[in-house]
Design a protein around this ligand. Structure first.
Ligand SMILES: Cc1ncc(COP(=O)(O)O)c(C=O)c1O
Length: 434
């Protein structure tokens, strides 16, 4: 049907914006899983996204921690173009040049021994859960009792598949799909006594996000992480670090556990690994890898030539441009500025995080929602997690001038919100945290 015919048949169609058309089409055609912001992005440059009208937005969220090198990054563009001309997919039935090369860089960066490639965070965690169960079974066959139970943490988020969601704390993610995978018990966050009380040789693994992401940017304490390491060592159970949000450079080190001096047995990474092309990995120790043999686990797409070529380009760029150092420097500047803001505004409860994974907790969910919307109006993208927490996950290439722009906007918005702030009940807490 021609445009003219469409316009005659549906008089409103002519006046609908592209965004309105998309909204209407998606409302009719897509499964209703998302509540999208009303903006249509068409391209990006550096730390900015650009919408259909050509308006630029400072992106402090980077596609929920994915676009680590920002947008239109030349090394990523060339890797995609070059590899797409050679080979995009070949399956895991055959060799290609990418996996061993990426695995070498990742094992060097993380101190782990072996890599399994997949496509997403939740799949990486699924692989970790399956390996932990298989390893416990192997240990039982060798005469050492290890059960099938997992310990996960209050506020945790590990993904949406039936295993990973079972280890995810919030009821709303699990309850509609019950029964999810059995055998997960939750431990109070940073509560060593609770961890010790719930740990036994029935536990095959403890799952920890060294800095919880969706749960509100909460770093685990040194004492808690250490206790988890010692308890798992005492029985032969595995310590799993979910670094899908906090890992791969985001905190200024390749992995957040490296700030603690603790080496886990299994590590999962995904989001920023291939600069926006889907790629996840589960890394494990040599000892844990004994539990897996050919045919036990796998994936069609995981670790394809395109994703691996881009991951290599991302790793090389992070190294060449010394981005880990830049993250530590700009991140600590950002954190200081947030702390100064928190001292100035009564509605600010706490600043948390490390590197470029930061949060400002406010004292009411409504205020946090309003601040995110106001930032959007000022063309700065952040999001709200765990109801009251403003989360910042910018690209690794963020500069101090971008921090200043964001802080000035937050300052203005919080200064304009006395009514909401005054009406909201205070949850107390410390102003400055780590
Ligand atoms: C810590 C953590 N683990 C797992 C996941 C799940 O990753 P994906 O959405 O790629 O499946 C996420 C996603 O936000 C995450 O933050």
């Amino acid at each position: 049907m021609s445009n003219a015919a469409l316009a005659t048949e549906h008089p409103t169609k002519k006046t609908m914006s592209k965004l309105d058309e998309l909204k209407a089409a998606e409302a009719k055609l897509l499964l209703g899983t998302y509540d999208r912001n009303p903006v249509l992005f068409v391209r990006g440059e550096g730390v900015h996204l650009i919408d259909e009208n050509g308006d630029r937005y400072l992106d402090l969220l980077s596609g929920i921690g994915v676009n680590a090198l920002g947008y239109a990054q030349p090394a990523i563009e060339s890797a995609i173009a070059d590899q797409s001309r050679k080979l995009i997919h070949v399956s895991n039935l055959f060799f290609h040049e990418g996996q061993a090369a990426v695995a070498l860089r990742l094992t060097e960066a993380t101190g782990m021994d072996r890599v399994f490639f997949c496509n997403s965070g939740t799949e990486a965690n699924e692989a970790a859960l399956k390996l932990a169960r298989a390893y416990a079974k192997l240990k039982r066959s060798e005469g050492r009792h290890l059960g099938t139970k997992f310990l996960a943490l209050e506020h945790s988020f590990h993904g949406r598949t039936v295993g990973a969601v079972a280890a995810t704390w919030k009821d709303k993610y699990r309850e509609p799909f019950a029964p999810v995978m059995p055998g997960v018990e939750f431990v109070n966050f940073n509560d060593v006594a609770d961890l010790k009380a719930k740990f036994s040789d029935e536990v095959c693994a403890i799952l920890i996000e060294p800095i919880q992401g969706e749960g509100g940017v909460r770093p685990v304490s040194q004492e808690f992480f250490q206790a988890a390491r010692e308890l798992t060592r005492s029985t032969g159970a595995l310590l799993i670090a979910d670094e899908i949000q906090c890992g791969f450079g985001r905190t200024g080190k390749w992995c957040a556990y490296q700030h603690y001096g603790i080496q886990p047995d299994l590590v999962t990474l995904a989001k920023p690994l291939a600069g926006g092309i889907p790629l996840g990995v589960m890394l494990c120790s040599e000892e844990a890898s004994r539990a897996i043999h050919a045919g036990m686990h796998g994936t069609t797409f995981g670790g394809g030539p395109l994703a691996c070529a881009v991951a290599l380009a991302v790793i090389s760029t992070i190294e060449r441009e010394r981005l880990l150092e830049a993250i530590a420097e700009v991140g600590s500047y950002f954190q200081q500025q947030l702390e100064a803001l928190a001292r100035k505004h009564a509605a600010a409860v706490e600043v948390r995080g490390m590197g470029l994974m930061l949060a400002l907790e406010l004292d009411s969910p409504d205020l946090a929602k309003q601040v995110v919307a106001e930032m959007m109006k000022r063309h700065i993208l952040i999001n709200r997690t765990d109801e009251t927490v403003l989360r910042f996950l910018p690209p690794y290439i963020l500069q101090k001038e971008h921090v200043d722009e964001a802080i000035a906007a937050l300052d203005a918005i919080l200064s304009e919100q006395p009514a909401v702030a005054a009406a909201a009940p205070s949850t107390g807490g410390q102003k400055v945290g780590q």
